[in-house]
Ligand binder design. Sequence first.
Ligand code: GLU
Length: 262
Amino acid sequence: MNNIMKYKRIAVKIGSSTLTHEGTGRLNIRRMEALACTLSDIKNSGCEIILISSGAVAAGAAKLSISHRDRSLSEKQALAAVGQPELMRMYERLFAAYGHNVAQILMTRDVVDVPVRLEHLKSTLSKLFSLGCLPVVNENDSISDDELQFGDNDTLSAYVAAVAEAQLLINLSDIDGLYDSDPRKNAHAKLISRVEDPSMVSSCAGEEGSLVGTGGMVTKLRAAQIAGGAGIPMIITNGSDPRVLYRVLEGEDTGTYFVPRN
Ligand code: GLU
């Protein structure tokens, strides 16, 4: 774990498709358990963590035994209201088993646009870190509308990593990283291990994401640009086994590394 000590604070983003079972959309408890165990261990090593977690809409739909697919905006807002406490209950329980306290932050877009709100967020996060808590951030989907929303947690995670002054943003995805073409369509697609400038590779991004989450490679590249602009490197890697976080922090080549701007 020695290399982990070089990071004082990291941001980890996990998407709905990684947090839920593909067929049912219900929470993937085994994966969430592995995530909580790994993050708790990394936190025990002295590294502060902020988790940006999707999954509210999917958890809400699963709780009400309806499909999360093809829902209107107001339905998704209602499902998020049902699912967000469900998601936090699960995190609360899993992290408590390792002696860690989670804290919920629900963001709206204006928080990053209005300086006074941004200052409040910064000071709350700083207090939470000093209290030893692990903030779990999501968009406040239930009151975000089309114009006033981040819309996807990839973008949100980059802003949050910047506000939290994280040294690294790790995007745990349902794909291994950025490929030179869509690996779902091209069996010969090659993983790109290092990207110097995300704007130069947008043609590799394709359009669609998974069926569950909102993001795709386009939003991940946008996130890499925002994080990189704030001097924060970003890594996209496959989150199906959250223990991959150890390998990332130990400096192994996993997924795609986006070099930050100076
Ligand atoms: N905030 C949404 C949720 O919790 C997810 C957005 C995304 O997947 O990027 O369901």
